[in-house]
Design a protein around this ligand. Structure first.
Ligand code: HEC
Length: 141
């Protein structure tokens, strides 16, 4: 009888630990709050960033370098896409690709998008904050 109980207890503990570990890794980060003025500033800042560093390859009419995202300056489309996760901002592809340095790229001498050209940390943070603020719309053109 005893060994079975011990084994069962061990099993339960292991299951519990696994459950805790898996929730811990996806635990929502504490959400900062933003004033309306901060949201507006983030929106315009992100628009400028996307326009300067991403649109070359990711907007409609860009040379057919990468067709999956060809709407990066279209706020509505971008926010509804799988690259933006408002319930888990820190897992949004738009942010993680920049955070790990995979994006943005730049063109090499043959015009191929092969060179990594990472954003400064402050701009990566701005992207995350914008997502945490609920990805407010920009007015920018
Ligand atoms: C010089 C061209 C170029 C620029 C500039 C560029 N990208 Fe990309 N992007 C690509 C290419 C090519 C791919 C697909 C190949 C890949 O995933 O490496 C891609 C893929 C992506 C993906 C999808 C990744 C996936 O998992 O499929 C995201 C998100 C992305 N880019 C975001 C950005 C953001 C944000 C910027 C600006 C900060 C940016 N990109 C700038 C060329 C570019």
């Amino acid at each position: 009888m005893k060994p079975t109980i011990a084994a069962a207890t061990l099993f339960l503990l292991a299951a519990l630990a696994a459950a805790c570990a898996s929730t811990a890794s996806r635990a929502p980060q504490p959400r900062p709050s933003f004033t309306e003025a901060q949201k507006a500033e983030l929106a315009e800042g992100v628009f400028k960033l996307l326009k300067e560093r991403c649109a070359e390859c990711h907007q409609a009419g860009a040379p057919k370098i990468y067709a999956k995202i060809d709407y990066i300056l279209d706020h509505d489309k971008l926010v509804k896409s799988r690259w933006v996760k408002l319930d888990e901002p820190e897992y949004s592809g738009l942010y993680t690709e920049c955070e790990d340095g995979s994006m943005p790229l730049k063109l090499n001498a043959e015009g191929k998008p092969k060179i990594k050209d990472p954003l400064p940390k402050a701009q990566v943070n701005m992207l995350l904050q914008w997502l945490q603020a609920g990805a407010p719309a920009w007015k920018g053109q």
